[in-house]
Design a protein. Structure first.
Length: 155
């Protein structure tokens, strides 16, 4: 499957809404219609938001390294607090199952992290904001509770 097809399937997973028992599951297709850039997870409005990150490893802030474990159904480190312009390096290890770490507002994701394997992402965030992260690999009943927060404080 190509990346765009995987993205569409993922967006459908993210936008499913569960109603009361007996009602059908509804899919919101608006997210699919908003895919206007090469990164199919984000709309143009999201990409232009003030919390957009810079992947250039140089930054005006300090370096911050975080080791995080992903497990069924949570992350070992949340919330994460950093300062604007800090260079952040997050190492993610899955201790059970296959998971991913995804920052939808920034378009950053580790890809699948298999049990006992590690993935590393690095980024710089400008401006203060609260950024949500979550698991982007459907991993079972508790998948949608697998999320956390990155707090970006003013320098």
């Amino acid at each position: 499957m190509n990346k765009k097809a995987i993205a569409v399937v993922h967006i459908l997973f993210l936008t499913v809404t569960f109603n009361s028992p007996g009602e059908k599951v509804q899919y919101e297709m608006q997210a699919v219609q908003d895919m206007t850039f090469d990164n199919p997870f984000l709309s143009e409005e999201f990409i232009r938001s003030p919390m957009v990150q810079d992947r250039d490893p140089a930054s005006r802030g300090k370096s911050k390294e975080i080791s995080m474990k992903a497990y069924n159904w949570g992350f070992s480190f949340s919330p994460i607090e950093i300062r604007s312009e800090d260079r952040v390096k997050i190492t993610v290890e899955s201790t059970e199952g296959i998971h991913g770490l995804f920052f939808p507002q920034m378009g950053i994701n580790t890809g699948p992290v298999v049990t006992d394997e590690v993935s590393v992402i690095e980024f710089v965030v400008s401006g203060s904001s609260d950024i949500i992260f979550g698991c982007n690999i459907p991993c079972g009943n508790g998948h949608y509770s697998m999320n956390g927060q990155l707090r970006v404080l003013d320098r």
